[in-house]
Design a protein around this ligand. Structure first.
Ligand code: HGY
Ligand code: MN
Ligand code: MN
Length: 416
């Protein structure tokens, strides 16, 4: 039996849930600041747990704090179809990045309950811990541990800018679960996410069928010069780490431009020390974010960075140190899962196109261990990682409806 095209989610209930979650950890400009493992993250997790339990699901938390809300299937021995994303946000994040994927999964279960539909496989709605990687690098940390890329203890030892350990903060908010990470079997994983880019909106297309995800390399660079007086130190005697950071930032931009149309690069995090108006910075720390869908080009960008940043440092008399702080290779998502998404969009009468994800997602790690694909909906001006991030209720509903049909068809509908 398959779901008929008239079966859709309740767009208002989804929209209301998004609005209620957005009230937790508000930003300063209408978005959210619900960073991972903060009190606001805890409050968002608690609300998600209450909603899941009210929908008859049982919630399990693993050792990385990832939440798995399970709706029983007719055959509980079968592996679940997982659906989800993340509830943590950037410090100046939007209301939909990640949240739409988690609450779209919750709404899917609420709709199955309303319709009295049973599935053969269980369904699990997932909130992955620390997708953003802003407070604790690297991004997609919990899904990477789940996929076996990093150990739990390595993740626990990650520290934030204030020196707080990931493991300690997870314990502090009460979400250090007992289930070993990565032990949960799954049949497939589906993630609904806003595009965070301009393509779908510009082309007037409802649904992105994500067939690939580009790769990422994050490199932290520390430059060491010498603090000295900005007034009395002659120019030839300066060892200015801040100047080195500025030149390397410009060079990152140039390296990205060498690989059009997909090459992208930026320095989003950059600090000089001691950051005093009349002291030449003796130290600078910056983080470089390169992305590309082709692994060999991504690696060429990083190699150019090492070569050219080292030359800049030498010219300025600075010491330089590089530390990789995040990496995942370009991925290809599962053709059958992508096919289920395409078929759902067709059945429901939505326009759709295949698309490569510019941003990283938990699905990029889960696809390494199980059949995985993503559904995308447009966002206004392609803007994300900005408090002004916006989507329409119609876009949210279209994405969630396609997710609903693709997940339920994969889980198998049981008659009667
Ligand atoms: O960086 C990313 O692509 C994701 O938003 N964490
Ligand atoms: Mn996201
Ligand atoms: Mn994000």
């Amino acid at each position: 039996m398959t779901l008929t095209a008239n079966l859709r989610l309740d767009p208002d209930r989804l929209w209301d849930s998004l609005a209620e979650m957005a009230r937790i950890g508000p930003g300063v400009a209408g978005g959210n600041n619900r960073q991972t493992l903060t009190d606001a993250d805890k409050a968002g997790r608690d609300l998600f747990r209450r909603w899941c339990e009210a929908a008859g699901m049982t919630v399990v938390v693993d050792e990385m704090g990832t939440m798995f809300a399970r709706r029983a299937g007719v055959d509980s021995s079968l592996p679940p179809v997982m659906v989800g994303s993340h509830l943590d946000t950037q410090p100046t994040g939007g209301k939909y990045d990640g949240v739409l994927g988690v609450l779209g999964g919750l709404e899917l279960v609420r709709t199955l309950n309303d319709l009295g539909i049973r599935t053969r496989h269980p369904i699990e709605v997932v909130n992955w811990t620390n997708e953003e990687g802003s407070r604790y690098a690297p991004s997609m940390l919990a899904s990477a541990v789940f996929a076996g890329r990093y150990s739990r203890d390595w993740a626990y030892d990650r520290t934030d800018a204030a020196g707080k350990r990931f493991g300690d903060e997870l314990e502090r908010i009460g979400y250090k679960g007992t289930e070993p990470v990565g032990q949960r079997p799954l049949k497939a994983f589906f993630e609904l996410h806003i595009e965070q880019g301009p393509i779908l909106e510009a082309e007037g297309i409802d649904i992105g069928v994500v067939t690939h995800g580009q790769g990422l390399r994050w490199t932290q660079i520390t430059l060491t010069g010498r603090e000295s007086h900005t007034g009395s130190t002659p120019m030839p005697r300066r060892l200015n780490a801040g100047l080195g950071a500025a030149r390397i930032t410009e060079r990152v931009h140039d390296i990205a431009w060498r690989y059009p149309p997909h090459g992208v690069g930026a320095v989003g995090l950059s600090n000089v020390y001691p950051n005093s108006i009349n002291i030449i910075p003796g130290k600078a720390v910056l983080a470089v974010d390169f992305r590309h869908p082709d692994l060999s080009i991504l690696e060429a960008m990083v190699a150019a960075l090492h070569l050219e940043a080292t030359k800049i440092a030498r010219e300025l008399g600075l010491e330089i140190a590089f530390e990789p702080v995040g990496a995942f290779d370009p991925v290809t998502f599962d053709a059958d899962c992508a096919g289920a998404i395409r078929a759902a969009a067709e059945k429901l009468g939505y326009t759709h196109r295949d698309i490569v994800s510019g941003a990283g997602h938990d699905a990029c790690w889960i696809t390494q261990i199980a059949p995985t694909a993503m559904v995308m909906c447009p966002c206004v001006d392609g803007l994300s990682h900005n408090e002004a991030e916006a989507i329409t209720k119609e876009w949210a509903a279209a994405g969630a409806n396609v997710l609903f049909h693709a997940v339920v068809e994969t889980a198998g509908v049981v008659e009667g």
